[in-house]
Ligand binder design. Structure first.
Ligand SMILES: Nc1ncnc2c1ncn2[C@@H]1O[C@H](COP(=O)(O)OP(=O)(O)OP(=O)(O)O)[C@@H](O)[C@H]1O
Ligand SMILES: [Mg+2]
Length: 248
């Protein structure tokens, strides 16, 4: 699959990765662009989170290259990737449950401030007012322990935390998993707003309908490879094909 990456905010070139003796990803290439939601769809176990781990600096890339804003960031450790502006909402357990909402958010602010100090004074993390404007549910719950929030609220807190770091690229691994339809709608509106501000977003999903509604570009992964790529109007046109691919 060919992917032009000259204008990419984050580009993945021909990446191979795996665990121990097993190879999970082979020859994966994709590009995230400013103001676009790029969706990565695939069934259970095809390698989506493995790719997110490689992007985050949590799993070594065996061959291939990662470029952030044109800079080679292949195999930089996770804290460096965060410093460079990669905001990640990982799949599954995303909270420090014994810390309060405010303390969880502080972890993100720390990253944003540290990055601002090192790179550019104008990119301070989002203010608390901005976070509460987008996530009003936390306004009177800053001292609540994260572990006592509902599952959906914990997911929203994980997203809020990724945003406090003022990321220049945002990666969300199955953010709609186990959310109520109302919260999925809320998530969709949030993503649309962030995309409108020019943020490049990678949205890893299994919820085809939700993902296709958000997407500017859709990649379908199967057995560690990108097997389909659709953009713009082609996404709606091929939604049935995409559904079928994911249900085989
Ligand atoms: N830490 C690990 N050690 C060994 N194998 C792993 C590890 N994590 C994942 N795998 C294997 O790698 C493959 C890809 O897993 P991955 O988590 O990337 O899939 P996924 O597409 O994110 O699936 P899901 O939709 O269920 O989250 C699977 O076969 C999985 O069993
Ligand atoms: Mg996964």
């Amino acid at each position: 699959m060919t992917t032009g990456t000259a204008d990419a905010a984050f580009a993945i070139h021909d990446v191979t990765a795996g665990y121990g003796d097993s190879t999970v990803l082979s020859g994966v290439s994709l590009a995230l662009r400013p103001g676009q939601v790029t969706v990565l769809l695939g069934r259970n176990g095809v390698g989506k989170s493995t790719l997110v781990r490689c992007m985050s600096g949590l799993l070594p890339v065996r061959t291939g290259q990662l470029l952030l804003g044109g800079e080679d960031v292949t195999n930089r450790p996770a804290h460096v990737m965060a410093d460079l502006g990669l905001g990640v909402m990982p799949q599954g357990k995303r909270m420090f449950p014994s810390l309060t909402v405010a303390e969880n958010l502080d972890l993100g602010y720390f990253t944003g401030r540290r990055r601002a100090r090192r790179h550019c004074a104008s990119t301070l993390g989002w203010s608390q007012e901005r976070v509460l404007e987008l996530f009003p549910v936390f306004a009177d719950r800053m001292r609540t322990r994260a572990g006592s929030l509902s599952g959906g609220e914990q997911q929203m807190l994980a997203l809020a935390r990724a945003m406090t770091g003022a990321p220049r690229v945002l990666v969300l691994d199955e953010p709609s998993e186990a959310l109520s339809p109302a919260r999925v709608g809320e998530l969709g509106r949030l993503l649309a707003g962030l995309r409108g501000e020019g943020l490049p977003i990678l949205l890893v999903e299994q919820n085809v309908s939700f993902a296709c509604e958000q997407a500017d570009v859709v990649y379908v992964m199967d057995k560690g490879q990108i097997v389909m790529e659709y953009a713009g109007a082609d996404i709606a046109e091929h939604r049935t094909v995409i559904h079928e691919l994911l249900s085989i």
